[in-house]
Design a protein around this ligand. Structure first.
Ligand SMILES: NC(=O)c1ccc[n+]([C@@H]2O[C@H](COP(=O)([O-])OP(=O)(O)OC[C@H]3O[C@@H](n4cnc5c(N)ncnc54)[C@H](OP(=O)(O)O)[C@@H]3O)[C@@H](O)[C@H]2O)c1
Length: 223
């Protein structure tokens, strides 16, 4: 069993938390407004879920999921994230985040920007390319499920990638290694692997996506 801390508990954070609970893990949720605003969500998830501050969630997690708007990166708690494996689900959108010059110029990926704010964490990009409703409905936790879907992950730390792979496999997906954080633009918003392979947002069920399709989509990304 892994304890998974969440900084951000919105659409994608609460969906990953739900899958984690179903897989037998412990989750500690947090948001910007305080633990009392997450009491109902934690109660719904059951006794292995709790709500805390972001600092506490970061400290508690064996793995910490950062799942916030990119504009919130400067507010993340760097100290308790030092040495931690951090999953970055975040996508940059200037309409929500405002313009960030390094991202507009593509001199950094959004995960590299995140790493700049939490320099002692081991960041792995994952889950950013799948709609939260598809993430929920396409999970196939049973070992050997023929219609298991694949998710790309990117990161610079082999041990962190291994830990994230183990976690993702436990909640019902397999992974494709998409390289280092510098290459994570290949799975960013608007790329071939982003959203589309799992089907239109209008169909909440989504469609399973195998390894070859994810590899092909990553390979055809351009910028
Ligand atoms: N929605 C999707 O299907 C999807 C899929 C893949 C990736 N993503 C990406 O994943 C990230 C989260 O998306 P979402 O749809 O889950 O967003 P969301 O529903 O708006 O949730 C955002 C969460 O971040 C929290 N937050 C904001 N600032 C924070 C801070 N400084 N400290 C701690 N928590 C903070 C919010 O808490 P408060 O409500 O208290 O402010 C909220 O819990 C985004 O970057 C998004 O682009 C989304």
């Amino acid at each position: 069993m892994t304890t998974v801390g969440f900084i951000g508990s919105g659409h994608i954070g609460s969906t990953i938390a739900r899958l984690a609970i179903e897989a037998g893990h412990q989750v500690v949720l947090s948001n910007s407004r305080g633990p009392e605003t997450l009491a109902d969500t934690a109660a719904e998830l059951g006794p292995r879920a709790s709500a805390a501050t972001s600092v506490e969630a970061a400290a508690a997690g064996d793995i910490v999921v950062v799942t916030v708007p990119v504009k919130a990166f400067p507010n993340l708690p760097a100290v308790p994230l030092a040495g931690k494996t951090v999953i970055d689900t975040c996508n940059y959108g200037p309409e929500r985040d405002g313009h960030i010059p390094e991202l507009d110029s593509e001199s950094l990926t959004s995960s590299e920007l995140l790493l700049g704010y939490i320099p002692d964490a081991m960041v792995v990009k994952a889950f950013n390319n799948i709609f939260f409703k598809h993430l929920l409905s396409l999970a196939r936790p049973a070992a050997g499920a023929a219609d298991r879907s694949y998710l790309p992950i990117a990161g610079d730390s082999a041990p962190a990638k291994a830990a994230v792979t183990e976690f993702i496999e436990s909640i019902g997906y397999s992974v494709v290694d998409a390289g280092p954080l510098a290459d994570s633009w290949r799975q960013a918003t608007g790329t071939p692997v982003w959203g589309t392979p799992y089907g239109p947002f209008s169909n909440e069920k989504g469609q399973p996506v195998g390894e070859d399709a994810i590899r092909a989509a990553l390979a055809t990304a351009t910028r």
